[in-house]
Design a protein around this ligand. Structure first.
Ligand code: CA
Ligand code: CA
Length: 501
């Protein structure tokens, strides 16, 4: 069964790393009331849905290793705060998607503290256990690292237990085993609780391709079928967006059961294009991926992003070049799909790994002791010396913030750009690798987009059959309207054109 078509699909989304976004109570840690206080800001930016990184009780700063599926970590607030966030977000026409981690728990989750006690414990089969000879026989003692896990030895010792447990990401995150019918019943309770009792709008699904381990990979797709049916029974139209961190071919089958999946291949392609300042047939590759996705689900939604909380920030990828930071946004926000802006991208925040430094405090103002600013970590990359805070950018028409805001406004105003189902996209070849040009055809009003990816000044000659695109809807720099199809474009500039009616 295909997932239910959501009743309303947000056109521009925003990922919030909760700990770093906004602090409401002076402890230096971002929290739910902090997010509530910034809903006006998010609405001004044009955001229609927020994805919150995990909010459940957890011993870590990132909280991807949870100890309780039914509560809120006290560092972030209370269940009452969470419900108020949902209500206030709704008043701002912003949907809320919660990160749901079904692949693993913390070793401190009561299921695991029970399971590790003995092989005949009632919770033992919630996790994966094997003896060393069994692991050897299956040849699964070691694995190749992947973009989403650096773990080479996924089997971990449990004190003097003859069996080891499986933890794909690291020893503090034991993988759950959905061969257990009891565990599936627990999952049903979790999903019903958050969708119906609490009332969230959807889930971002963590580590979706790893639900079953590598030697039983085919079961992961079965699991999501079960999950999709569970959503259908619980709250039809609740939104699901999966983290399937893999190549497009491997991602596509997940559309059978999920509304959307994140497009990692596109994210890395965009980064390469920006670094190399050259196109690599991106539009043709995208069209191929759409064809593949549609085979599994004609209503597929391509969840697109420049980067997320697991990737180096786009500002650093492009060497903190403001023009290229804007160019990245111009491409993302004019391509088909459902864009996810990673918090801070809209002010050009920087950061490279290790992970905490791609998750630094949002810079709201230039006050040294801004009460909204989180301080759980000393920022190395995004400081008042390197980044203009939001308060300054708001008053600067040329700022990265106003660039994002204008593009999001344009996207929402133009159905050709924001069309989500059945992506409308045509490659226009301008015969120059430094340029990228595409059309977003639409019955009422088609749009033509051109980017100069390079440091060179370019004069562009539109093909004869596209010369009627002469009305400038948006330009990143001052770009005169094309005269008989000829157009001047400075370095790293973008222009969005329509017909003159
Ligand atoms: Ca706080
Ligand atoms: Ca797993």
């Amino acid at each position: 069964m295909l997932p239910d078509n959501p009743k309303y699909i947000p056109r521009v989304c925003y990922e919030i790393f909760v700990r770093s976004f906004c602090d409401s109570n002076g402890d230096g840690i971002g929290d739910l009331n902090g997010i509530i206080s910034k809903l006006d800001y998010l609405q001004e930016l044009g955001i229609e849905a927020i994805w919150l990184t995990p909010v459940h009780p957890s011993p870590s700063y990132h909280k991807y290793d949870l100890t309780d599926y039914f509560d809120i970590d006290p560092e972030f607030g209370t269940m009452e705060d969470f419900k108020r966030l949902l209500q206030k977000a709704d008043e701002h026409d912003i949907a809320v998607y919660m990160d749901l981690i079904v692949n693993h728990t913390s070793t401190l989750h009561p299921w695991f503290t029970e399971a590790r006690k003995s092989p005949d414990n009632l919770y033992r089969n919630y996790y994966w256990w094997m003896t060393a000879p069994q692991i050897e026989e299956l040849g699964i003692a070691q694995r190749q690292t992947s973009d989403d896990s650096q773990e080479v030895y996924p089997w971990h010792e449990n004190m003097d237990d003859p069996e080891k447990y499986y933890g794909l990401f690291y020893k503090g995150m034991p993988d759950l085993n959905y061969h257990s019918e009891e565990l599936k019943i627990e999952l049903q309770k979790i999903v019903r609780f958050w969708l119906n009792d609490v009332g969230i709008d959807g889930f971002r699904l963590d580590a979706a391709r790893h639900i079953f381990p590598e030697w039983e990979k085919e079961w992961s797709l079965e699991f999501w079928k079960f999950f999709s049916e569970l959503i259908h029974e619980t709250k039809p139209g609740a939104f699901t967006v999966g983290e399937v961190w893999a190549e497009t071919e491997e991602v596509a089958p997940y559309f059978r059961s999920l509304n959307a999946t994140f497009h990692f291949d596109l994210s890395f392609a965009l980064q390469r294009i920006l670094i190399q300042e050259k196109d690599e047939n991106l539009i043709s590759k995208l069209l191929n991926s759409y064809e593949l996705f549609a085979k599994y689900n004609p209503l597929f939604i391509d969840a697109i992003m420049l980067t997320n909380h697991d990737q180096e920030r786009i500002g650093s990828v492009v060497g903190n070049n403001t023009d290229k930071i804007k160019l990245a946004a111009s491409i993302l926000l004019t391509l088909p799909g459902q864009p996810y802006v990673y918090y801070g991208e809209e002010i050009g925040m920087l950061g490279t790994k290790p992970d905490p430094y791609i998750r630094e405090p949002f810079l709201w103002t230039d006050q040294e002791h801004d009460p909204d600013k989180t301080s759980w970590i000393q920022a190395e990359f995004s400081t008042n010396q390197t980044i203009k805070p939001l308060s300054e950018q708001k008053n600067d028409a040329q700022s990265v913030f106003n660039h994002y805001k204008s593009l999001i406004k344009l996207r929402k105003a133009e159905p050709a750009i924001s069309q989500l189902i059945a992506p409308n996209l045509l490659n226009i070849d301008l015969d120059d690798d430094n340029l990228m040009c595409y059309e977003r055809p639409h019955a009422d009003k088609s749009i033509l987009v051109i980017h100069n990816l390079s440091r060179y000044y370019k004069i562009i000659h539109l093909p004869d059959e596209k010369k009627y695109f002469s009305n400038v809807l948006f330009a990143s720099h001052f770009i005169p309207a094309p005269v008989s199809g000829n157009l001047e474009m400075p370095a790293y500039s973008s222009i969005v054109l329509s017909q003159i009616f």
